[in-house]
Design a protein around this ligand. Structure first.
Ligand code: ZN
Ligand code: ZN
Length: 254
Protein backbone atom coordinates (compact mmCIF):
# COMPACT_ATOMS: atom_id res chain seq x y z
CA UNK A 1 0.00 0.00 0.00
CA UNK A 2 1.13 3.51 -0.82
CA UNK A 3 0.26 6.36 1.53
CA UNK A 4 0.78 9.84 0.10
CA UNK A 5 0.87 12.61 2.69
CA UNK A 6 -1.09 15.52 1.20
CA UNK A 7 -1.07 17.38 4.51
CA UNK A 8 0.01 16.41 8.02
CA UNK A 9 -0.46 19.46 10.22
CA UNK A 10 -3.14 20.76 12.54
CA UNK A 11 -3.16 24.28 11.13
CA UNK A 12 -2.30 26.02 7.88
CA UNK A 13 0.79 28.11 7.16
CA UNK A 14 2.99 28.32 4.03
CA UNK A 15 4.54 24.84 3.64
CA UNK A 16 2.25 23.34 6.28
CA UNK A 17 -1.04 21.82 5.14
CA UNK A 18 -3.96 20.45 7.12
CA UNK A 19 -4.51 16.72 7.40
CA UNK A 20 -5.12 14.39 4.48
CA UNK A 21 -3.64 11.02 3.48
CA UNK A 22 -4.15 9.44 0.05
CA UNK A 23 -4.15 5.61 -0.05
CA UNK A 24 -3.27 3.96 -3.37
CA UNK A 25 -4.57 7.01 -5.32
CA UNK A 26 -8.19 6.06 -4.56
CA UNK A 27 -9.03 6.53 -0.89
CA UNK A 28 -8.58 9.58 1.29
CA UNK A 29 -8.30 9.53 5.04
CA UNK A 30 -9.60 13.04 5.80
CA UNK A 31 -9.62 15.89 3.33
CA UNK A 32 -8.01 18.88 5.00
CA UNK A 33 -5.77 19.47 1.95
CA UNK A 34 -6.57 17.93 -1.41
CA UNK A 35 -7.38 20.36 -4.19
CA UNK A 36 -4.30 22.56 -3.77
CA UNK A 37 -2.02 19.50 -4.11
CA UNK A 38 -3.60 17.06 -6.57
CA UNK A 39 -4.17 17.69 -10.28
CA UNK A 40 -7.74 17.46 -11.55
CA UNK A 41 -6.88 14.05 -13.07
CA UNK A 42 -5.70 12.83 -9.67
CA UNK A 43 -8.81 14.27 -7.99
CA UNK A 44 -11.04 12.32 -10.40
CA UNK A 45 -9.34 9.08 -9.28
CA UNK A 46 -10.63 9.48 -5.69
CA UNK A 47 -13.53 7.11 -4.92
CA UNK A 48 -13.85 7.25 -1.12
CA UNK A 49 -13.16 9.70 1.69
CA UNK A 50 -12.96 8.27 5.21
CA UNK A 51 -13.69 11.15 7.57
CA UNK A 52 -12.34 11.04 11.14
CA UNK A 53 -14.39 14.03 12.35
CA UNK A 54 -16.05 17.26 11.34
CA UNK A 55 -13.36 19.82 12.16
CA UNK A 56 -12.44 22.02 9.20
CA UNK A 57 -8.76 21.06 9.13
CA UNK A 58 -9.97 17.55 8.19
CA UNK A 59 -12.93 18.22 5.89
CA UNK A 60 -12.65 21.59 4.18
CA UNK A 61 -11.42 20.24 0.84
CA UNK A 62 -14.39 17.89 0.48
CA UNK A 63 -16.19 21.12 -0.39
CA UNK A 64 -13.71 22.20 -3.08
CA UNK A 65 -13.23 18.65 -4.40
CA UNK A 66 -16.99 18.29 -4.89
CA UNK A 67 -17.07 21.56 -6.80
CA UNK A 68 -14.16 20.44 -9.02
CA UNK A 69 -15.68 17.02 -9.80
CA UNK A 70 -19.05 18.24 -11.03
CA UNK A 71 -19.39 16.93 -14.61
CA UNK A 72 -15.79 15.60 -14.41
CA UNK A 73 -16.30 12.27 -12.62
CA UNK A 74 -18.92 9.72 -13.67
CA UNK A 75 -19.59 8.10 -10.28
CA UNK A 76 -20.14 9.70 -6.87
CA UNK A 77 -17.39 10.01 -4.28
CA UNK A 78 -18.47 8.21 -1.11
CA UNK A 79 -18.07 10.23 2.08
CA UNK A 80 -17.73 7.55 4.74
CA UNK A 81 -18.01 8.09 8.48
CA UNK A 82 -20.33 7.48 11.41
CA UNK A 83 -23.94 8.63 11.15
CA UNK A 84 -23.24 11.26 13.83
CA UNK A 85 -20.31 12.79 11.94
CA UNK A 86 -22.20 12.69 8.64
CA UNK A 87 -25.14 14.46 10.26
CA UNK A 88 -22.80 17.24 11.42
CA UNK A 89 -21.34 17.62 7.90
CA UNK A 90 -24.79 17.69 6.30
CA UNK A 91 -26.30 20.23 8.66
CA UNK A 92 -23.29 22.52 9.11
CA UNK A 93 -21.28 22.40 5.86
CA UNK A 94 -23.23 20.90 2.94
CA UNK A 95 -26.39 22.69 4.04
CA UNK A 96 -26.97 24.86 0.94
CA UNK A 97 -25.91 27.90 2.98
CA UNK A 98 -22.23 27.49 3.84
CA UNK A 99 -21.78 25.32 0.71
CA UNK A 100 -24.11 23.66 -1.81
CA UNK A 101 -25.45 20.22 -0.96
CA UNK A 102 -23.44 18.24 -3.51
CA UNK A 103 -25.22 15.04 -2.47
CA UNK A 104 -28.17 16.20 -4.61
CA UNK A 105 -26.19 18.02 -7.33
CA UNK A 106 -26.61 17.77 -10.29
CA UNK A 107 -29.46 15.50 -9.14
CA UNK A 108 -30.12 13.04 -6.34
CA UNK A 109 -29.79 9.97 -8.59
CA UNK A 110 -26.34 10.84 -9.84
CA UNK A 111 -24.77 13.19 -7.29
CA UNK A 112 -21.16 14.35 -6.97
CA UNK A 113 -20.85 13.01 -3.41
CA UNK A 114 -22.75 10.35 -1.52
CA UNK A 115 -22.85 10.06 2.27
CA UNK A 116 -22.24 6.51 3.50
CA UNK A 117 -22.75 5.97 7.25
CA UNK A 118 -20.86 3.11 8.89
CA UNK A 119 -21.04 1.62 12.36
CA UNK A 120 -17.97 1.75 14.60
CA UNK A 121 -16.50 -1.69 15.22
CA UNK A 122 -17.91 -3.23 12.03
CA UNK A 123 -15.75 -4.22 9.08
CA UNK A 124 -16.46 -2.86 5.59
CA UNK A 125 -14.86 -3.87 2.29
CA UNK A 126 -13.77 -1.00 0.11
CA UNK A 127 -11.69 -1.01 -3.09
CA UNK A 128 -9.81 -4.14 -2.04
CA UNK A 129 -9.23 -3.18 1.58
CA UNK A 130 -11.18 -3.71 4.79
CA UNK A 131 -11.82 -0.72 7.05
CA UNK A 132 -13.06 -0.48 10.61
CA UNK A 133 -13.93 2.76 12.40
CA UNK A 134 -13.11 2.99 16.11
CA UNK A 135 -14.31 5.74 18.45
CA UNK A 136 -11.55 7.89 19.98
CA UNK A 137 -11.59 10.82 22.42
CA UNK A 138 -11.74 14.34 20.97
CA UNK A 139 -14.00 17.36 21.63
CA UNK A 140 -16.45 16.25 18.93
CA UNK A 141 -17.42 12.76 17.77
CA UNK A 142 -14.26 11.32 16.22
CA UNK A 143 -13.14 7.95 14.92
CA UNK A 144 -9.84 6.39 13.99
CA UNK A 145 -9.59 3.84 11.17
CA UNK A 146 -8.03 0.41 11.01
CA UNK A 147 -7.14 -0.20 7.36
CA UNK A 148 -6.51 -3.88 6.56
CA UNK A 149 -4.89 -4.19 3.14
CA UNK A 150 -4.55 -7.99 3.13
CA UNK A 151 -0.88 -8.40 3.89
CA UNK A 152 -0.96 -6.07 6.89
CA UNK A 153 -2.82 -3.23 8.48
CA UNK A 154 -2.31 0.46 9.18
CA UNK A 155 -4.08 2.41 11.92
CA UNK A 156 -4.96 6.10 11.58
CA UNK A 157 -5.93 7.26 15.04
CA UNK A 158 -7.34 10.71 14.25
CA UNK A 159 -7.46 13.75 16.54
CA UNK A 160 -7.61 12.47 20.10
CA UNK A 161 -6.50 12.76 23.68
CA UNK A 162 -6.04 9.70 25.87
CA UNK A 163 -8.20 6.85 24.56
CA UNK A 164 -8.63 3.09 25.03
CA UNK A 165 -10.48 1.04 22.41
CA UNK A 166 -8.10 1.61 19.51
CA UNK A 167 -5.14 0.32 21.54
CA UNK A 168 -7.04 -2.83 22.47
CA UNK A 169 -7.81 -3.43 18.81
CA UNK A 170 -4.20 -2.71 17.81
CA UNK A 171 -2.82 -5.02 20.49
CA UNK A 172 -5.16 -7.83 19.45
CA UNK A 173 -3.82 -7.82 15.87
CA UNK A 174 -0.52 -9.27 14.78
CA UNK A 175 -0.40 -7.54 11.41
CA UNK A 176 -0.09 -3.84 12.35
CA UNK A 177 2.65 -2.30 10.20
CA UNK A 178 2.20 1.37 11.04
CA UNK A 179 0.30 3.71 13.32
CA UNK A 180 -0.42 7.34 12.47
CA UNK A 181 -1.10 9.41 15.59
CA UNK A 182 -1.35 13.08 16.39
CA UNK A 183 0.93 15.32 18.46
CA UNK A 184 -0.52 18.81 18.37
CA UNK A 185 0.97 21.02 21.07
CA UNK A 186 4.29 21.44 22.93
CA UNK A 187 4.60 20.09 26.47
CA UNK A 188 4.09 23.46 28.16
CA UNK A 189 0.62 23.70 26.53
CA UNK A 190 -0.69 20.50 28.14
CA UNK A 191 -3.65 22.46 29.55
CA UNK A 192 -4.74 23.49 26.04
CA UNK A 193 -4.06 20.00 24.69
CA UNK A 194 -6.19 18.37 27.39
CA UNK A 195 -9.04 20.84 26.98
CA UNK A 196 -9.04 20.41 23.19
CA UNK A 197 -8.60 16.61 23.10
CA UNK A 198 -5.04 16.48 21.79
CA UNK A 199 -1.59 15.18 22.75
CA UNK A 200 1.73 16.80 23.56
CA UNK A 201 4.94 14.77 23.08
CA UNK A 202 4.96 13.97 26.83
CA UNK A 203 1.31 12.90 27.01
CA UNK A 204 1.73 10.93 23.78
CA UNK A 205 4.72 9.14 25.29
CA UNK A 206 2.51 8.17 28.22
CA UNK A 207 -0.27 7.07 25.87
CA UNK A 208 2.08 4.83 23.91
CA UNK A 209 2.59 2.67 27.01
CA UNK A 210 -0.88 1.25 26.11
CA UNK A 211 0.60 -0.22 22.94
CA UNK A 212 2.06 -3.65 23.59
CA UNK A 213 3.21 -4.24 20.02
CA UNK A 214 6.95 -3.78 19.47
CA UNK A 215 7.25 -3.48 15.76
CA UNK A 216 4.91 -0.95 14.15
CA UNK A 217 6.32 2.26 12.74
CA UNK A 218 4.78 5.26 14.48
CA UNK A 219 4.25 8.38 12.38
CA UNK A 220 3.40 11.62 14.15
CA UNK A 221 1.27 14.31 12.53
CA UNK A 222 -1.11 17.20 13.27
CA UNK A 223 1.65 19.38 14.77
CA UNK A 224 0.59 23.00 15.10
CA UNK A 225 3.18 24.58 12.79
CA UNK A 226 3.81 27.66 14.91
CA UNK A 227 5.26 25.35 17.58
CA UNK A 228 6.93 22.96 15.14
CA UNK A 229 10.54 23.34 16.36
CA UNK A 230 9.68 22.95 20.05
CA UNK A 231 7.46 19.91 19.42
CA UNK A 232 10.17 18.34 17.25
CA UNK A 233 12.75 18.77 20.00
CA UNK A 234 10.37 17.26 22.57
CA UNK A 235 9.52 14.32 20.28
CA UNK A 236 13.27 13.69 20.14
CA UNK A 237 13.16 12.93 23.87
CA UNK A 238 10.74 10.01 23.39
CA UNK A 239 12.75 6.85 23.97
CA UNK A 240 11.20 4.53 21.43
CA UNK A 241 12.32 2.97 18.16
CA UNK A 242 10.48 3.49 14.89
CA UNK A 243 8.88 6.82 15.78
CA UNK A 244 9.17 9.98 13.72
CA UNK A 245 7.34 13.11 12.55
CA UNK A 246 5.74 12.92 9.09
CA UNK A 247 6.80 15.28 6.32
CA UNK A 248 4.52 17.16 3.95
CA UNK A 249 4.32 15.49 0.53
CA UNK A 250 6.12 12.27 1.39
CA UNK A 251 5.16 8.83 0.13
CA UNK A 252 5.19 5.90 2.53
CA UNK A 253 5.14 2.36 1.14
CA UNK A 254 3.93 -0.34 3.49
ZN1 ZN B 1 -7.43 18.57 13.59
ZN1 ZN C 1 -10.15 18.12 15.62
Amino acid sequence: MEIRVLGCHGAQLPGYNTTSFLLDDKILIDAGTVTSILTIEEQIEIDNILVTHSHLDHVKDIAFLADNLLRQKQSPVDIISTQGIIDILRSNLFNSVVWPDFSVIPDEHNPVIRFRPIEPGRQYALNGIIITAVMVNHVVETVGYVVDFGTGSVIFIGDTGPTEDIWKIANARNDVKAIFIETSFPNDMIDVAEAAGHFTPASLNEELTKLSLESPDIYLYHLKPQYYDVIKREVGLIKRNNIRILNEGEFIHI
